[in-house]
Design a protein around this ligand. Sequence first.
Ligand code: ATP
Ligand code: MG
Length: 648
Amino acid sequence: MTGRPLENLLSEERKFAPSAAFAAQANAGPEIHDEAADWQAWWGAQARSRVSWYQEPTTGLDDSNPPFFKWFADGTLNLSYNCLDRHLDTLGDKVAYHWIGEPGDKRDLTFRELHDAVGRFANGLKSLGVERGERVAIYMGMIPELPIAMLACARIGAVHTVVFGGFSSDSLSDRINDTSAKMLITQDGAWRRGTVTPLKANSDVALESCPSIEHMVVVRRAENNVDWSDGRDIWYHDLVADQSADCEPEEMNAEDLLYILYTSGTTGRPKGIVHTQGGYLTGATTTHHYVFDIKPDDIYWCAADIGWVTGHTYIVYGPLANGTTGVMYEGAPNFPDLDRLWQIVADYKVTKFYTAPTAIRTFMKWGDEYPARHDLSSLQLLGTVGEPINPEAWIWYNEHIGGGRCPIVDTWWQTETGGIMITPLPGAVETKPGSATFPFPGIHATVLDDGGKEVPFGGGGFLAITHPWPSMLRTVYGDDKRYIDTYWSRFDGKYFPGDGVKRDEEGYFWLLGRVDDIMLVAGHNISTTEVESALVSYPGVAEAAVVGRTDPLTGQAIAAFVTLRGSAEGDEELIETLRDHVSDSIGPIAKPKSIVFTDDLPKTRSGKIMRRLLRDISEHRQLGDVTTLANADIVDEIAEKAAAAEED
Ligand code: ATP
Ligand code: MG
């Protein structure tokens, strides 16, 4: 994006206020923003009241060496103690996780059972020589041993790096080598859509090029055959068999490393994001409490994968530290049928549900009948994260999942931010479909133009975070320069997340996608999100991606890729109708020059649309980095269709 500000094309008039009953019982009322006006003091108060410390910190923000900020640096704590031990007296018998295996098996783990399992595995790790500060890679599916492994690392002060179980052996070895991990924890195989993903076999391949790994611990889950390297490989159940459940937690410094997690790779080569202990836990517990309005009897389900930051913060550290009962499901949402998630919501009477726009659009595409089969009346609040949510998808979520009754929290944040940054407070804010509304208390965000000047309400530009916050990343692992270049060089002294945004006349934030994706059409900066949302607002459209492709006339022309709901087929007539629909809803300048119908869009393994690949296709370039792509076949298919469309 250059020169002129980002256009403000889409205007969304619908507003949804929380019910009086919800507002009356909510954890956060409107006054919370006043309470947080002295933001450093407010974060300090959260740190002292929500976290149990060995040494309570006497300091808050240390900004003596920007952008290498520290928080609560003289405090000491242990995260596994905070998530487990401190609950045992009062909540020992409370369920920490209701776990549901894809084939239908179930396990409930109480906080005490989880504590004991973590203690045994932590002792097992020590027996294999894992020491404080050493890196441990974890490559697993959604089974209870995954959070157990993370908490065991946290307990002994080892640094975990979780690699999403859907990644290939190459992605795994890259991450292991980047962190010089000493140990890999995996499982024989993971269930996915009725078949077994051979994680142990993938790990065997990865370890051929990972000299730092000394041992591989393998959980038996799918009972598929595995090769074995004696001396290197150890079964999890053998390792923990004779271990004591008591393992003294390490007293960690607030700024010691907790984990390294790689970003999902939507824009390019993933970055190894570094999170530390005290500030991270403060952010995780505080945001989880207020954003999801957590109460003691909640049945809370964050349906993300723990391989992403959403799972780290809102399946493991935030909810466990808050003593919350969570649901954890192993498998695919369409196994055995398209209503699996709604079956689980009904079975467990889930009260809070958190998922991603990509999942919501998929549910829309599958059809309304699947949620309609089940009683979803236990739900009280819904959340979304990962991409901008198109207003029509928001409305569908509200009606078909929330029964028109549940506040929706559209939460903007990143692997880098560690926790939610821009979000409705569900009892205190009127929401608008497609807007993440306002910064969380203690967080300061604004909209800047190209030259770093603040853009007034009504205009768009670059999102910037103007003050440090406790759960922020501390660096890119092993690459301080990339940390500075990527996040701190665009605007002096301010954090630059890489996203475009506008604020409406009432100051609501509307996230508009990545700035690299912004299109320059006839001198206008147009966001992909607004054009896509206009397309998705046409009945029958499930999903859309647009990119700017070089055009001799207009600089860039808008190329659109559209997926239809159900089994509908697109034709020339629909192309013209959709072009006119965009033109009518947001203006002729945004009218797509070409539209290609496709069954699917290129997505990262976390489900986000990868527009950079569509741009490569549209401009006949060699495809960029595809290692984080989930559905490689679709790219060739789209390329053929796009070429055919150009010839017409
Ligand atoms: P990479 O940085 O490697 O390209 P990534 O940015 O996709 O990968 P994540 O940290 O998983 O990796 O995603 C964060 C990004 O997701 C945000 O910067 C933003 O673009 C998008 N995002 C997340 N939540 C929202 C939301 N509620 N509304 C709009 N965009 C969102
Ligand atoms: Mg990113």
